[in-house]
Ligand binder design. Structure first.
Ligand SMILES: *[C@@H]1O[C@H](CO)[C@@H](O)[C@H](O)[C@H]1NC(C)=O
Ligand SMILES: *[C@@H]1O[C@H](CO)[C@@H](O)[C@H](O)[C@H]1NC(C)=O
Ligand SMILES: *[C@@H]1O[C@H](CO)[C@@H](O)[C@H](O)[C@H]1NC(C)=O
Ligand SMILES: *[C@@H]1O[C@H](CO)[C@@H](O)[C@H](O)[C@H]1NC(C)=O
Length: 373
């Protein structure tokens, strides 16, 4: 199976090399989300040479009016973000990401269910983006929970696009970008009710679609270790290759698809320290905050504990273990392989969750290089 995937993988590489000599692709997207709550990592700490798009995470609208009530301190933080990044690199796109994993999905469901509340939300997002100097807006609704909510998500994007076009024309300015962070797959086949993103609306109305290609395995299932961001999975469709291809099959232009890459790992406590592969029996989460270690912490853990580090070619992922501690993550090797895959498929680029979790720009720098070669 590993051999088969590798063969397929290599042949796509060759096809890609041929394709690249014939066409000039759109400029690649090298994105990253910036967690605004990390006080030790201000926007000035971002190495802007490594990124084209940086997302301020997160803003949330009022849950009754669906407009943004920006406090003075948040306003200062928004302005600092856009002005610092634009000063360091004028071509960099600064986007405001709305929602996030910690945000109530019901807020978005209620807002998107009616034209009037969608309108209030949209108008307010455009006002905030212009007032604070953003180049675009990102919807991170995690997640629409039913086919009806998926339809509403599609209506919202259509009306948002119309408003952004109108506003740009009226003001004689470049239109704001509209992007969305989505589930790794175009349909939800393994979690909650079956539902599918309206690919037509997504492809037509969004500039970029940020596929969250991670969190496949984690603390919610401690019975076995797993590759939380596997490129391939021989036993299920919960993998980045499946997810990316599902979006392509649904008809979304490849030039809008951006592959998410995690700058963090997920940990388990092994049942038996001599059984330490992917899928090995586990009894609990391992080190970290609820079984999560940032990439910089993974590196520190590996060093301190003299952990064994393994690159797994079958899943295209990395893991390390020391005693009963087991960590699944991506290092420069697995990240480089994933970037090769994304380029071979003709995707637009990649993004990281999150910019501050890297270790001395190791992975961000390698990723940027791998896409440029
Ligand atoms: C709106 O947010 C407030 C404050 O967090 C909360 O008390 C209230 O229950 C929320 N309302 C709805 C409808 O979710
Ligand atoms: C916020 O800023 C405005 C204008 O600068 C000021 O009048 C107001 O008192 C400030 N509010 C708070 C809560 O600091
Ligand atoms: C937990 O993960 C293991 C290995 O991936 C899988 O076999 C098992 O079905 C999962 N359990 C649940 C409750 O999802
Ligand atoms: C994966 O998806 C394909 C097509 O969507 C389906 O035919 C196949 O049975 C799925 N495989 C697994 C292991 O779920």
């Amino acid at each position: 199976m590993a051999g088969l995937n590798s063969m397929r993988f290599l042949s796509v590489f060759v096809l890609y090399a041929i394709a690249m000599t014939c066409v000039t692709a759109s400029p690649p997207v090298k994105g990253a989300y910036w967690p605004s709550w990390a006080e030790s990592f201000p926007p000035s700490a971002i190495d802007t040479s490594l990124f084209t798009h940086v997302y301020y995470a997160f803003a949330s609208p009022n849950n009754v009016t669906f407009k943004f009530d920006i406090s003075n301190s948040t306003g200062i933080s928004l302005l600092d973000f856009t002005s610092t990044l634009h000063r360091k690199k004028p071509s960099l796109k600064a986007l405001l990401s709305i929602g996030g994993g910690g945000n109530d999905p019901q807020l978005f469901a209620r807002m998107a269910s009616k034209a009037s509340t969608r309108g209030s939300f949209i108008k307010s997002t455009v006002e905030v983006a212009r007032k604070y100097g953003f180049d675009g807006l990102d919807l991170d609704w995690e997640f629409p929970e039913s086919p009806k909510e998926m339809e509403d998500w599609g209506h919202l994007l259509q009306e948002w696009r119309a408003e952004v076009k109108k506003e740009a024309k009226l003001k004689g300015r470049a239109p704001l970008l509209i992007t969305a962070a989505t589930y790794f797959s175009v349909d939800f086949f393994a979690y909650g009710d079956y539902r599918k993103y309206p690919a037509g609306s997504a492809g037509k109305n969004l500039d970029l679609i940020n596929l969250m290609c991670y969190d496949y395995r984690g603390s919610w299932n401690t019975s076995a270790t797993g590759a939380q961001a596997a490129l391939f999975d021989p036993n299920s469709n919960i993998s980045t290759s499946y997810g990316v291809k599902s979006w392509i099959k649904a008809g979304v232009p490849r030039s809008k698809l951006v592959m998410g890459l995690p700058l963090y790992g997920r940990t388990w406590k092994l049942k038996d320290p001599t059984q330490h592969g992917i899928g090995a029996p586990a009894v609990d989460v391992g080190p970290g905050d609820e079984g999560v270690l940032l990439f910089s912490q993974v590196e520190a853990f590996n060093k301190e504990n003299k952990a064994t580090v393994v690159y797994d070619a079958q899943t295209v992922s990395t893991y390390s273990y020391a005693g009963t501690s087991w960590i699944g993550y991506d290092d420069t090797t697995s990240t480089t392989m994933k970037i090769g895959f994304a380029r071979a498929l003709g995707l637009r680029g990649y993004f990281f969750w999150a910019v501050s979790y890297d270790s001395k720009w190791k992975i961000s720098r390698q990723a940027s290089k791998a896409w440029s070669l």
